[in-house]
Design a protein around this ligand. Structure first.
Ligand code: ATP
Ligand code: MG
Length: 335
């Protein structure tokens, strides 16, 4: 199928008193029409910075896109003007954040907030936008839309608020929807409902989704493909099956080992020992090497290339070098 986003050689830094934080250190990935791509990886690996750069919502005071391209259709988002971005944001590409309160305006009725992008981007008349807003509220499963449309965010529960945020994000039927941990602030049952809703709506409006999460269990349910991030890089990318059943990077092994299994009686979870790399002084080899029980000398010296495992599966680990010793993934990984 066709590519809707093409990201290449992206490098992003933050300038701080301590020095230059090299948060994104050369990432490449594509997003295809209609697919859901999950981005996983531990805190600080660069998931949010990557997606904020696609919306061009990085802080203006200290961030810098050092190089790279983010191609959306024929436009490079990195080079786009703020005026061009205002036409793209909320229309072609929209975003849902973890905490719905941060994306809702507490002083405005939710009806007005859903109507806003419709009036701005679709040039709808107020009455038409209102009709559409009622439909959208109904679509995202909010009962009594005609009453709810006049209410303010504080009159909604957390799960209902996130539904409103989804309605706003989908109002203009965007080509790309970015969801940054959209369910982590919600309890488990509501989480499931919101995820089902997103999948259902995706089918109806044929949008592509980038889904960021810490939770690999969620990934298995919603994603088609997975990109694993570590220390500002994508270390492995593949279909859900490839990542879960044939992972290649030792960090992915650790990540899967730390997943709670359903039949697990004891809830003692495996945690990958060690700390994430210092992005002020990134290591010159594989950034995961100090935490990798399988690390070889070369891991500390030279960055591994992305090795091809299949047409859809790539991993950046020296273990895939033809001369590397064959190692078995850790026991904890093999259920
Ligand atoms: P989490 O799972 O905790 O949300 P993440 O993968 O989304 O983590 P990012 O928010 O993308 O992580 O951050 C990547 C790196 O960039 C981190 O080292 C973070 O400290 C740094 N960073 C992000 N925003 C800023 C900023 N405004 N100023 C300085 N450094 C920043
Ligand atoms: Mg984040």
């Amino acid at each position: 199928s066709k590519k809707i986003l093409e990201i290449s050689d992206l490098h992003i830094s933050f300038h701080t008193f301590a020095g230059e934080i090299k948060a994104i250190r050369g990432i490449d990935f594509d997003l295809y029409e209609g697919e859901t791509l999950a981005i996983v990886g531990e805190s600080g690996s660069g998931k949010s910075v990557t997606t904020k750069s696609i919306m061009r919502l990085l802080p203006t005071n200290n961030s810098e896109i050092k190089s790279g391209k983010i191609m959306f259709k024929d436009k490079d988002i990195v080079q786009a003007s703020e005026k061009e971005m205002q036409k793209i944001r909320g229309k072609d590409i929209s975003m849902i954040f973890q905490d719905p309160m941060t994306s809702l305006n507490p002083t405005m009725t939710i009806g007005k907030q859903i109507m806003e992008p419709l009036i701005k981007h679709q040039k709808m008349h107020k009455s038409e936008a209102k009709k559409r807003a009622l439909k959208l509220l109904d679509l995202v499963g909010i009962p009594k839309p005609d009453i709810r449309i006049k209410q303010y965010p504080h009159q909604f529960s957390g799960g209902m608020r996130q539904r409103v945020v989804i309605a706003i994000a989908l109002a203009c039927a965007p080509k790309v929807l970015i969801a940054d941990e959209p369910t982590t602030a919600l309890d488990v049952t509501i989480q499931g409902q919101i995820l089902d809703l997103m999948k259902e709506l995706q089918k109806q409006i044929e949008t592509s989704i980038i889904f960021i999460t810490h939770d690999l269990g969620v990934v298995a349910n919603v994603a088609d493909r997975v990109a694993v991030m570590y220390g500002g890089k994508i270390v492995e990318v593949g279909t859900v099956d490839e990542i879960f059943y044939n992972p290649q990077h030792p960090y992915t092994w650790g990540l899967i080992s730390s997943m709670p299994s359903l039949d697990e009686k004891n809830n003692e979870l495996y945690v990958i020992p060690g700390t994430p790399p210092d992005l002020l002084n990134p290591p010159k080899g594989d950034a995961f090497a100090p935490r990798n029980p399988y690390a070889m000398k070369i891991d500390l010296e030279k960055e591994p290339p992305m090795y091809k495992v299949s047409d859809t599966h790539y991993a950046a680990t020296w273990l895939l070098h033809p001369n590397a010793p064959k190692v078995e993934p850790p026991k904890i990984f093999k259920q």
